[in-house]
Design a protein around this ligand. Structure first.
Ligand code: AMP
Ligand code: ZN
Length: 664
């Protein structure tokens, strides 16, 4: 087998595994083996750039940066849907239809997936473009992000038309959404509100490798094209499924509005068993000739109707309002409810957000309240049943002091939440901050868990994370559930954290709004904690992607003498508070503002090394050539189309040697 055949056969094999796993939900290979094969393919593709294919399974990881999404006019306008809410609405619709078409009418019932609509264009079995609905006439080209979605086939199988569009919904399954939020909360970021907005926001991420990390899916529901050779909606769904698309099996062909209603009622009851959210059902006239006869109104097809579910609501008693203190000191009021069944789960608590929310709705303890689960995962209180308010009810007075440490709360101008300012003495803040410090993405201290941290603080053995480095085995052993061995592991784990690189230490410090990415940016820019301590707000905002809010938070953190003292101690214990010397020796800003595309094979260094050199010197690496590319670094065996495109756009082409002289 020659190299090209080898590459093609690996691609085909990986595609099939991908299909089995994501579309059929039936894995045919372990993740590990899949990874090995993918790496093998990647290595072959790197060594033989002539055989580059933008739809190869290796392209799923993303990496393209898009600053501005191009506007694209749809070949077929993307209409909205008319809504119905009752049996009467549906019967009226049927009457209107029957006046306009001859013969029997069958309907395809589908679920109404709650996400972002998407139009995919395929040509010769390959995905060529993915565009958002936009205003229906034109949308944004988000191909780079959509390519990373595993349920979007990059290559079709079977007997597909030469060119067609297919429409679907980009959704975020509930489980994946919840996982993302667990991670955000652990990073002290505000959790996402609901799966729908998060899915549609994901399509506009500038870095497609970020989109690749999100567990998005694409569910398909409609074909558009000129020679599709399909006569009904239901047949279209089946065909699309056979070409490799994910078309949910719940779609059903029915013969009457009564059957439509059965379908609606069934799914209204059972929708909570689905892995994703739906907000109703879509009913479509099945026969495409009848669809043509019916045509469109100014905004929607006459042959389709959405049936919207009502957001589920129950009423229950609000027993007590309690207040939680987060690791940043933010206070969250919580409604403790009489347990009640709602949308398939038992609800005992609801978020009250903040003081304004409570006073706006005049929510009081003892009230009968209406609780709703709409698009949001956490139920919310939408109103109070005033007719049931007890006569002796008293208005809620928001707490003025911290429930954990009694300190008087503050509320900053323009912020909705109250804060406990007792940064160094409020137990949940102190414990939470140390728990964050030791967590996996921060200092990753082995042998020390969140509960032990709480124990250490409560026993008065530590007061902040710098105290960890003075803990002795003798101090730890007497703690609950500690043995000699585990105490040793704990102390060793703390000791090894001294090698963790600067950027992660910076993240571990727990500065408000400084998550992993921001920490990396700051570390790279300032190179040492001392430089960062001296940075002014004005200086900070000149750093790429650092806004005012982050800048102010950083300045505030380092203006505290206590924090500076803790950092001095960390320094004294030997933690990495600057970028290591050898890393630093190779870093400059010489390529600042320049974007490079690297293609082909090089003599003196690998592509990875070359990319690292570019980034270490302040440049950006992009995978595709556009008018924003500053240089194309061309190696041996570079694809001719890349060269042609670069020449077309007048982009300078460099050899590896001329690139090296740029750096000198
Ligand atoms: P609306 O935005 O309420 O006008 O509803 C129209 C939108 O419903 C379409 O743009 C699609 O994004 C979405 N939708 C979800 N599921 C379906 C489906 N099975 N068939 C058609 N549209 C659907
Ligand atoms: Zn407090």
């Amino acid at each position: 087998m020659d190299i090209h055949q080898k590459i093609e056969s690996l691609r085909e094999e990986l595609r099939q595994h991908n299909y089995n796993y994501y579309i059929l939900d039936n894995a045919s290979i372990s993740d590990y083996e899949f990874d090995i094969k993918l790496k093998e393919l990647q290595a072959l593709e790197d060594a033989h750039p002539d055989f580059f294919d933008s739809n190869s399974p290796t392209q799923r990881v993303g990496g393209t940066i898009t600053k501005n999404f191009n506007t694209v006019v749809h070949d077929f306008r993307m209409y909205s849907l008319d809504n119905s809410y009752s049996k009467e609405d549906l019967l009226d619709w049927e009457t209107r239809i029957k006046k306009m078409v001859d013969g029997n009418v069958q309907y395809t019932c589908e679920l109404k997936y709650d996400g972002a609509s998407m139009n995919l264009t395929y040509q010769n079995g390959k995905l060529v473009r993915a565009v958002t609905r936009g205003d229906g006439v034109q949308g944004d080209d988000v191909t780079a992000n959509v390519k990373t979605i595993n349920t979007v086939p990059l290559h079709l199988k079977g007997d597909y038309p030469e060119r067609f569009d297919i429409r679907g919904e980009i959704i975020l399954p509930i489980e994946g959404f919840l996982k993302m939020n667990v991670e955000r909360v652990a990073n002290d970021e505000e959790p996402y509100r609901n799966p729908r907005n998060t899915a549609s926001g994901s399509l506009k991420l500038q870095d497609s490798s970020e989109a690749a990390k999100r567990p998005l899916e694409c569910l398909l529901y409609s074909l558009k094209g000129n020679n599709l050779n399909v006569t009904t909606q239901f047949e279209g769904l089946e065909k699309a499924r056979s070409w490799g698309f994910k078309v949910p099996q719940e779609a059903k062909l029915v013969n009457s509005i009564d059957e439509v209603l059965e379908y609606v009622e069934y799914w209204d009851k059972h929708r909570h068993n689905l892995p994703y959210e739906i907000d109703g059902v879509v009913i479509k006239v099945n026969n495409l000739f009848q669809q043509d006869e019916l045509g469109f109104t100014a905004k929607a097809p006459r042959w389709a109707m959405a049936y919207k579910f009502k957001a589920e609501q129950v009423s229950t008693r609000l027993n007590e309002i309690t207040y939680q203190v987060g690791r940043t000191g933010a206070i969250t009021p919580v409604a403790n409810l009489e347990a009640v069944q709602l949308a398939g789960t038992t609800v005992k608590r609801a978020s009250l957000h903040n003081a304004d929310q409570i006073s706006k709705l005049d929510i009081r303890e003892g009230d009968e309240v209406f609780v709703e689960k709409g698009g949001e995962i956490i139920p919310k209180i939408i109103s109070v049943d005033l007719s049931k308010r007890p006569v002796d009810s008293i208005p809620t007075e928001y707490i003025s002091n911290c429930p954990e440490c009694e300190t008087e709360l503050i509320r900053l101008e323009g912020e909705a939440k109250h804060y406990c300012p007792n940064y160094n003495g409020c137990p949940p803040q102190v414990i939470g901050r140390i728990q964050h410090y030791i967590s996996r993405k921060a200092m990753d201290i082995e042998g020390l868990g969140g509960e032990t941290v709480a124990l250490l603080v409560n026993e008065g053995l530590i007061h902040n994370y710098s105290d960890l480095y003075e803990l002795t085995i003798g101090q730890v052993i007497p703690l609950e559930r500690m043995a000699e061995k585990s105490a040793e592991n704990l102390v060793n784990g703390i000791e090894s954290s001294k090698k963790i690189p600067f950027e992660r230490v910076l993240f571990a410090l727990g500065i408000r709004y400084v998550g992993e990415t921001v920490a990396k940016k700051l570390a790279k820019h300032y190179k040492s904690i001392d430089a960062l301590i001296f940075a002014t707000s004005f200086d900070l905002i000149t750093v790429d992607e650092i806004g005012e809010r982050i800048a102010e938070s950083v300045v505030e953190f380092f203006s505290s003498d206590k924090n500076k003292q803790i950092i001095e101690r960390l320094k004294a214990f030997g933690l990495q508070l600057e970028i290591s010397a050898d890393k630093l020796a190779n870093q400059t800003n010489k390529l600042k503002g320049k974007t490079f595309v690297v293609s082909g094979v090089f003599e003196t260094l690998s592509r990875t090394e070359l990319k690292k050199l570019i980034e270490d010197n302040g440049g950006k690496v992009s995978t595709s050539i556009s008018s924003k590319t500053s240089y194309l670094i061309a190696g041996d065996k570079m694809g001719p189309s890349k060269r042609a495109k670069a020449e077309d756009l007048n982009i300078s082409i460099l050899s590896e040697y001329s690139f090296m002289s740029l750096l000198k």
